[in-house]
Design a protein around this ligand. Structure first.
Ligand SMILES: CC(C)(COP(=O)(O)OP(=O)(O)OC[C@H]1O[C@@H](n2cnc3c(N)ncnc32)[C@H](O)[C@@H]1OP(=O)(O)O)[C@@H](O)C(=O)NCCC(=O)NCCS
Length: 167
């Protein structure tokens, strides 16, 4: 059962088949999805949607689809993520370019962080990102994230690891 979270402007809900168009649009845009391995073909984007759903089933948490409360439009994804073989969990997000610069990612993140601490009972909600991902870093700093480690990940890249406070 994937819970639904509501914030002032957003609904974070289970991804479903109708969200495929938003996934396909995000991953077709190589610049927008660069740090998620984009550009991806439509069939590859569909697999990401399937992975997002499967992660919830396998872990009990995962990435929600983010929809605007006023229009119902899906504008991105956000959630807690920890695939097998990766050393740390992470808060993760993506927004369609048209939805950036609005505070939506910040708003969705606060709900996801609270879910991690309050509903999952985690001691630490954390994230990490590529050094070149300035948008993700700025968002993390806006959320009050502080660097707690710098380490090498299984893909060979070194990244800062941030603790995220409960706001
Ligand atoms: C990471 C990502 C989600 C951040 O998106 P974002 O639009 O910068 O974040 P927000 O939606 O919180 O918007 C914040 C911006 O909106 C502005 N803003 C406008 N209205 C606002 C409001 N009501 N509340 C808060 N901020 C608001 C803020 O000032 C801020 O602008 P700034 O970055 O110029 O300081 C986005 O860059 C993205 O999708 N990247 C691609 C995917 C990716 O790389 N993910 C991370 C992998 S590790």
């Amino acid at each position: 059962m994937i819970p639904t979270l509501r914030t002032e402007r957003l609904v974070l809900r289970a991804p479903d088949a109708d969200d495929f168009a938003a996934y396909a649009a995000f991953f077709a845009d190589g610049e927008a999805s660069h740090f998620y391995g984009g550009p991806l073909r439509e069939d590859q984007a569909w697999r990401v949607l399937a992975l997002d759903l499967g992660h919830w089933r396998l872990r009990g948490y995962g990435r929600w689809a983010i929809a605007r409360r006023d229009t119902g439009e899906v504008i991105g994804g956000c959630g807690l993520w920890w695939p097998e073989g990766w050393p740390r969990s992470e808060l993760t997000w993506w927004l369609l370019p048209s939805a950036r610069g609005t505070g939506y990612a910040t708003e969705a993140s606060r709900a996801a962080i609270a879910f991690g601490y309050d509903s999952l009972g985690w001691d630490l909600v954390q994230t990490h990102m590529d050094d070149a991902n300035r948008g993700a870093r700025r968002l993390t700093e806006r959320l009050g994230g502080t660097v707690i480690a710098r380490e090498r990940f299984p893909d060979g890249k070194e990244r800062d690891v941030f603790a995220l406070p409960r706001s």
